[in-house]
Ligand binder design. Structure first.
Ligand code: SF4
Ligand code: SF4
Length: 478
């Protein structure tokens, strides 16, 4: 019986997947990319963004506003100076607003034109562009760099590589220094460096940020976009069929093939693509856009510029590789039709929300009271009976002057009949400083029943406009 069962059972032999001792590596070695330089409309836009963002980044900490640095995030003193604004940690709401605006802008730009941020303004793109420019100036363009890297080491190769790394390190350290200059006054920081008296945190952050710039822009480059950046992973969720992306017009380009400039592609049954691979050679992430949209594409438009140059040379119409939408490619829309569809309800809703938040934030900033107050009941001194039989509670008021002039503030108290301030009612707070003030509040014994009673402190600025009301409690003992 058992042997019959065994005979009827199918036996599937398990073949060895590999010869014993043979190792299969799951690790794909990194292929170095040598992007070719390219010029054109989108290249000019990219460089314009490099100049704009870097002029702001490197220049802003050197700007003066009165007697201080115009933009300074003084973490030690817990003050954030942004031109005429002096913000305290209590103004965190504005930072939250700024983050919401940044996130919504990213959603909006991605819905309109895909990875616009990645291709033109992301620090990774910008610094890679700068480092690549240095590399080209020192080592030559793509073919020269590839040839030199294949050759054995020679004094010329060592000299060029050494010079390139020295310039990279100098740029990276200057970037690190500038970054720290947003948190420590940059002129003082410069003096400390010259005098070799830089503090441990400043030293750490200058080198850390510099090292990150050197590593990311000099070596990691497209790998940051492909494997490390979370935005690359979720940006496709914000795309739809009317989002502008870099596309290859396969209907026009295929079948691809090389031909002479004078040849008629129709006679040769060829499309417009001459298969020159220039679009691949200029791509900073090393992809072939002719294979369709890939997540590695950062939408930089370098392949558009490269292909337009080829089309011009061949005497064909531009736009074989172009910014277009999925719908436009399928329906054969004109540029005007495509743009009309880009401004769809989703984009208009994002724009309306973004506009409202920006407006609300600007309004709130312009109406903001130029000082802040925190009231703390002094737990060391509970309610007590003082001379004359009055009940006294003691509070500590922190008054934060958010202007650049010394200010007098008047303190008043209300909330119970006969409640009076028994301490000084006017205090002076120096510019951009905060001051703790002990405030004594008294009430006649018959003023309230035993228990806890809500009261209000009214603080008014005497030198500038502004009035604040802060709630607290007054304790009447049994
Ligand atoms: S650059 Fe244009 S013509 Fe050349 S391979 Fe790319 S798509 Fe084809
Ligand atoms: S495919 Fe074109 S747009 Fe995309 S990253 Fe490469 S060069 Fe830039």
């Amino acid at each position: 019986m058992k042997s019959q069962e065994a005979e009827s059972r199918k036996v599937i032999p398990i073949a060895a997947a590999q010869a014993p001792g043979e190792l299969i590596s799951l690790y794909a070695a990194h292929q170095k990319i040598y992007p070719r330089s390219v010029s054109g409309l989108f290249g000019s836009w990219r460089w314009a963004m490099v100049w704009l963002t870097q002029l702001i980044f490197y220049g802003l900490p050197w700007l003066e506003w009165g007697q201080r640095q115009a933009v300074l995030f003084d973490l030690g003193a817990r003050r954030f100076y942004i031109f005429g604004l002096v913000l305290y940690p209590q103004d965190f709401i504005y930072l939250t607003g700024l983050m919401v605006i940044s996130a919504l802008s990213l959603f909006l730009f991605t819905a309109v034109a895909g990875r616009l941020w990645c291709g033109y303004a992301c620090p990774q793109t910008v610094y890679t562009e700068i480092f690549l420019w240095i590399e080209r100036k020192v080592e030559g363009d793509r073919s020269a760099r590839m040839r030199r890297d294949r050759q054995n080491w020679s004094p010329e190769r060592a000299l060029r590589k050494g010079a390139k790394h020295l310039i990279w390190i100098a740029v990276a350290l200057w970037t690190g220094f500038t970054f720290v200059g947003y948190f420590t006054p940059i002129r003082e920081l410069g003096t400390e460096i010259i005098q070799m008296s830089l503090g441990p945190w400043e030293t750490f952050w200058t080198f850390f940020y510099g090292f990150a710039t050197y590593g990311n822009a000099g070596f990691m480059r497209e790998q940051v976009c492909k494997h490390m950046c979370p935005y690359a992973r979720f940006q496709s969720a914000m795309f739809d069929k009317d989002t502008l992306i870099v596309t290859y017009d396969a209907r026009r380009g295929e079948p691809r093939g090389a031909r002479s400039r004078k040849a008629d592609p129709q006679t040769l049954s060829l499309g417009a693509c001459v298969d020159c691979s220039l679009c691949v050679q200029v791509c900073p992430t090393g992809i072939d856009i002719r294979k369709g949209l890939q997540y590695e594409c950062i939408g930089c438009g370098a392949c558009v510029d490269a292909c337009d140059t080829v089309m011009d040379r061949m005497g064909y119409a531009r736009g074989l590789v172009k910014y277009s939408t999925d719908n436009a490619m399928k329906q054969g829309w004109s540029q005007a039709q495509t743009l009309r569809h880009v401004f769809r309800p989703r984009v208009l809703i994002y724009t309306a929300i973004l506009g409202s938040i920006v407006l609300a934030m600007l309004l709130s900033l312009s109406l903001r009271t130029p000082f802040k107050v925190d009231v703390v009941r002094d737990r060391g001194v509970m309610a007590r009976i003082v001379a004359g039989g009055n009940i006294e509670n003691v509070y500590r008021l922190q008054i934060m002057n958010a202007t650049e002039k010394a200010q007098h503030y008047r303190i008043a108290v209300s909330g119970l009949p006969g409640l009076v301030l028994a301490s000084e009612n006017t205090v002076l707070v120096e510019s951009t400083q905060s001051r703790w003030v002990a405030v004594r509040v008294q009430l006649a014994p018959e003023g309230a029943v035993p228990g806890s009673h809500a009261i209000h402190f009214e603080i008014e600025s005497l030198d500038a406009s502004g009035h604040l009301t802060e709630k607290s409690v007054f304790l009447v003992p049994h």
